[in-house]
Design a protein around this ligand. Structure first.
Ligand code: 13P
Length: 254
């Protein structure tokens, strides 16, 4: 059985004060949901403040990005070694990093390997554009992203995968649960081909893209979908805790 996993990707939102207030407003509710792994991914600048608030709870921190080098002349970047004492997870290969900042499959692969070597768990994001989806190329794109992203990655370390169709991100147009479940099934079999069936069965694969408290049940009811990577709705305490609570009750049901 894969433990359900919900991560909130805050993207470039919240000042330190706003971040601290948001976490304080939901930490009690989140800490009650022991059947779900919960990860908050705020901007780096709020890490210290938030780590004080979540200390002693079951909620974990994740970064939204990192560079793959350990240190050096890389202005503006953060390294795996810097993250390791502060958080357990790191989102890598998000479509906004790929599209706006030009990250390639090769760079994402370097980052995944560096994160694993440093003892961080990557949340590896993949997903197709609207054009690729309309053209029936979802399978081809996903397969390429997995094969290149997970190239030479060890099979004995944990990786969380997030399937985020780009057309569903921030658009209010979520994928249909069944369709997302089917694509995630394909992702799992691709992982099995690369890292072995046992690893694929143990790997948690999330859906992301316009997830809300109103539609999470549709996704989490799919046997292939182990949780969600939530953007906009993770910035609202009632919505995010509502999502986590539904995941706990649906996945806990026999
Ligand atoms: P939204 O939930 O705002 O669509 O964002 C999804 C996302 O990109 C999470 O990483």
């Amino acid at each position: 059985m894969r433990r359900p996993f919900i991560a909130g990707n805050w993207k470039m939102n919240t000042t330190v004060e706003e971040a601290a207030a948001l976490v304080s407003s939901m930490i009690g509710d989140l800490n009650n949901e022991t059947a779900v792994d919960i990860v908050l991914c705020p901007p780096f600048i709020s890490f210290y403040r938030i780590s004080e608030t979540i200390e002693g709870t079951s909620v974990r921190l994740g970064a939204q990005n990192m560079y793959f080098k350990e240190k050096g002349a890389y202005t503006g970047e953060i390294s795996p070694l810097m993250l390791k004492p502060l958080c357990q997870y790191v989102i890598l290969g998000h479509s906004e990093r790929r599209q706006i900042f030009g990250e390639t499959d090769g760079m994402v692969n370097e980052k995944i390997k560096a994160a694993l070597a440093a003892g961080l768990t990557p949340i590896f994001c993949i997903g197709e554009t609207l054009e690729e989806n309309d053209g029936g190329r979802t399978g081809t794109v996903i397969t390429r992203q997995i094969r290149e992203g997970l190239k030479d990655v060890p099979s004995n370390k944990e990786i969380v995968v997030a399937y985020e169709p780009i057309w569903a991100i921030g658009t209010g147009r979520a994928a249909a649960g069944g369709q997302a479940g089917k694509t995630i099934g394909l992702i799992r079999s691709e992982i099995a081909g690369m890292l072995g069936k046992e690893k694929a069965e143990a790997t948690r694969i999330l859906y992301g893209g316009s997830v809300t408290a109103a539609n999470i049940a549709e996704f989490i009811s799919e046997p292939q979908i182990d949780g969600a990577l939530v953007g906009g709705a993770s910035l609202k305490a009632a919505d995010f805790t509502g999502i986590v609570k539904q995941v706990a009750s649906i996945k806990a049901a026999p």
